[in-house]
Design a binder for this molecule. Structure first.
Ligand code: FAD
Length: 382
C-alpha cells in the first residue's frame, strides 16, 4: 500500500497503540481515534508472554517493558493451600528466545506505548458510531457529530467493537460462566518473586503475579451461580467467598482499597467468518476476544498488530487483509478454544474430579508444559 495512504485506527488500547507503532516503523502515519476523553490506566496488571515480547523486541520496546515490569521465570499451579501441583521453570524458553515472560502494570504498559507515538497521533473523545465506504475511502462518523476520512480503517475497539457490530452483526459474545475480580496492592514480592502463581480450589481460582518492586497483581475467579449478583459483592463478601484459599492469598485482597477492585464477567467471542470487509480490518479483542485463562488476549492483539502492519506495507489493502487473516486467524481462534477449555478444567466444581486432575497434573513432566508454552511462545508473526 502507498505510504501516504491515510490509516485510521479505532481504539487506543494495547492493540491499537501497538498497531500504530508498527505502522510508523513501516513508514505510515496512522491516526488513532479513542472514545475515552482521557487516557486512564486500568488499575490492574497483565502478563506479557514471550510471543508478545518478541514483537516488542522487533519494535524496540522490549527493554523498556522489562525495565517497567517484573520477570516471570517460573509458573506454578497450586492447590488452595498454596501447595504446588505443578512447577514449570521457564528457563529453557527464556534461553531459546532470549526474552522472559513479564508481569507489568497496565498503566506502565500504556505509558510506554504512548511514549513511542508522536504528539497528535491520538485523538481522544472520538467514539466511532458508524463507518461508511465512499468512493475515495471510508468516512468515519463519531458520537460527537464530527466526521473524518481515511483510506483504510483498523478496528482495535475491543470486545464491544462498534465496527465489528456494524460489519458482522451476527457475531455474539459468549459467557464463560465465570466472573473475575482483579486488583493491585502494595506487598512484599519476596514470597512470589519471579513467579506467576495460580491456586485452584473447587469452582474457583486465585492468581498472584508480581509486577514491580512491592507491587502485586492478583485475580480471583469464581463459577457463576444462579441468584447471586456478583457485581454487588462488597470487599468483605469477596474475602469471604475466597475463604478456601490460604491466608497469604486473601491478604492481597485485604490490602487492596475496595474502590480499586475491578469486577468483570469473563466473556469471549464466537469465531468470526472473517476479520475484514472492504477497507476495514479487525484486530485484537474486536476480532477474537478470548477468556484470560492463558493470559494471551493482549499478546494476540500485539501479534495481530505487527503482522497487519507488515502486510499493509507490502500489498494493496485487499490482499494485505487477506494475508493478515491467513497468517493469524487459525492461531487466534485456536487460542480462544484452548483458553475456554483450560478455564473449565481449572474451575471444576467437583472436589473429587479436582483431586484427580491435580494428581494427573502433578505426575506430568514439566517438559510437556514447556512444549505447550513453546508453541504459544513461537508466535505467528516473523
Ligand atoms: C480479567 C482479565 C485478565 C486479563 N489478563 C491478560 C493477561 O494477563 N495477558 C494478556 O495478554 N491478556 C489479558 N487479558 C486480555 C486483554 O486485556 C485484552 O485482550 C486486551 O486488552 C485487548 O486489547 P485491544 O486493544 O484489542 O482492546 P482493548 O484493550 O479493549 O482496547 C479497546 C479500546 O478501544 C476503545 N473503544 C471502544 N469502542 C470505541 C469506539 N466506538 N470508538 C473509539 N474507541 C473505542 C476503548 O475505549 C479502548 O481504549 C485479560 C483480560 C481480562 C478481562
Amino acid at each position: 500500500m502507498e505510504k501516504d495512504t491515510s490509516i485510521a485506527i479505532i481504539g487506543g488500547g494495547i492493540g491499537g497503540f501497538t498497531a500504530a507503532i508498527a505502522l510508523r516503523r513501516q513508514g505510515f502515519s496512522p491516526v488513532i481515534y479513542e472514545a475515552a476523553p482521557e487516557l486512564q490506566p486500568i488499575g490492574a496488571g497483565i502478563t506479557l508472554a514471550i510471543n508478545a515480547m518478541q514483537v516488542f523486541r522487533e519494535l524496540g520496546l522490549a527493554d523498556k517493558a522489562i525495565a517497567a515490569g517484573h520477570r516471570l521465570e517460573h509458573l506454578w499451579i497450586t492447590d488452595e493451600h498454596l501447595h504446588p501441583i505443578s512447577r514449570t521453570a521457564l528457563e529453557p524458553l527464556i534461553r531459546e528466545f532470549g526474552l522472559p515472560n513479564l508481569g507489568i502494570h497496565r498503566g506502565a504498559l500504556q505509558q510506554l506505548l504512548v511514549e513511542a507515538l508522536p504528539e497528535g497521533a491520538i485523538h481522544l473523545g472520538k467514539g466511532l458510531q458508524r463507518l461508511e465506504e465512499i468512493a475515495e475511502g471510508v468516512e468515519l462518523k463519531f458520537e460527537d457529530g464530527t466526521t473524518a476520512q481515511a483510506g483504510v480503517v483498523i478496528a482495535a475497539d475491543g470486545i464491544h467493537s462498534a465496527v465489528r457490530r456494524q460489519l458482522f452483526p451476527a457475531c455474539r459474545q459468549r459467557s464463560s460462566g465465570q466472573v473475575c475480580w482483579r486488583g493491585i496492592c502494595r506487598a512484599d514480592t519476596g514470597p512470589w518473586q519471579g513467579r506467576g502463581t495460580e491456586a485452584w480450589a473447587p469452582g474457583m481460582r486465585f492468581g498472584i503475579v508480581p509486577i514491580a518492586a512491592e507491587s502485586i497483581y492478583w485475580f480471583a475467579v469464581v463459577n457463576q451461580k444462579p441468584g447471586i449478583d456478583w457485581a454487588k459483592l462488597t470487599k468483605e463478601e469477596l474475602m469471604e467467598t475466597f475463604r478456601p484459599f490460604a491466608r497469604p492469598a486473601r491478604e492481597l485482597i485485604e490490602s487492596t482499597p475496595a474502590s480499586q477492585i475491578i469486577y468483570n464477567p469473563l466473556n469471549d467471542l464466537e469465531p468470526l467468518p472473517q476479520w475484514f470487509f472492504g477497507r476495514s480490518a479487525l484486530l485484537g479483542d474486536a476480532a477474537h476476544a478470548t477468556t484470560p485463562n492463558m493470559g494471551q488476549g493482549a499478546c494476540q492483539a500485539i501479534e495481530d498488530a505487527y503482522v497487519l502492519a507488515r502486510c499493509v506495507s507490502s500489498w494493496p489493502y485487499g490482499e494485505a487483509f487477506a494475508k493478515y487473516q491467513a497468517r493469524r486467524k487459525a492461531r487466534a481462534d485456536s487460542i480462544v478454544r484452548q483458553s475456554r477449555r483450560l478455564g473449565r478444567i481449572a474451575q471444576l466444581d467437583s472436589p473429587v474430579l479436582g483431586r484427580l486432575r491435580n494428581r494427573v497434573m502433578s505426575l506430568m513432566p514439566s517438559s510437556l508444559a514447556i512444549r505447550g508454552l513453546r508453541n504459544v511462545a513461537k508466535g505467528s508473526f516473523l
